[in-house]
Design a binder for this molecule. Structure first.
Ligand code: S3P
Length: 171
């Protein structure tokens, strides 16, 4: 599988880097949140509000399970919580090269301050929520990824160059 799977915390730039990377490689670009919203004709916020997080996690797992054996020449960006669910990291590694976009907690906090689109951060102290999730998730991302690419203070093109070079795909 020559697909590239981008994982990382909310706000690390998976969608924008993913779209740019796909364009450079002439690949398709796909994002699990967008696929779920399209397939179920609802927003992620609505799914969380009505059915809850557990139900959303099942949709995420079903979405990537369905991709196995079907996805080719694709850059896939996945929601920040998807690799955390047991078994999903293995599925992602079956789909392609898994790249962790590693962004510092400070940058994430800066980017997500005032965010209203992400149900996991709504209500209460956003910084505290980010701290808790970050501690839990960062090691899982590291373990799930074939390669880790740092993003702080870098231009998207520079990050894309590094991914292409380290994976060895031909644009
Ligand atoms: C989530 C991240 C979101 C989205 C949902 C839950 C998470 O995607 O899937 O709000 O658990 O980290 P992004 O990582 O693209 O923001």
């Amino acid at each position: 599988m020559n697909n590239i799977v981008l994982i990382g915390f909310m706000g690390c730039g998976k969608t924008s880097i993913g779209a740019g990377l796909a364009q450079r490689l002439g690949f398709n670009f796909c994002d699990t949140d967008q696929v779920i919203e399209k397939d179920y004709k609802r927003t992620i916020s609505n799914i969380f509000a009505v059915e809850g997080e557990e139900y959303f996690r099942k949709l995420e797992t079903a979405t990537i399970t369905d991709f196995i054996g079907k996805l080719a020449d694709t850059v896939l960006s996945v929601g920040g919580g998807l690799p955390i669910q047991s078994g999903n990291a293995g599925l992602l590694r079956q789909l392609g090269h898994v790249v962790y976009l590693k962004t510092s907690r400070e940058t994430i906090k800066y980017r997500l301050s005032g965010d209203t689109a992400r149900p996991l951060l709504s209500g209460g102290d956003t910084d505290e929520k980010i701290d808790t999730l970050f501690k839990l998730r960062a090691p899982v991302y590291e373990g799930a990824a074939h390669i880790t690419v740092t993003t702080d203070g870098r231009m998207p093109e520079d990050i894309i160059d590094e991914i292409i070079m380290r994976i060895g795909v031909k644009p």
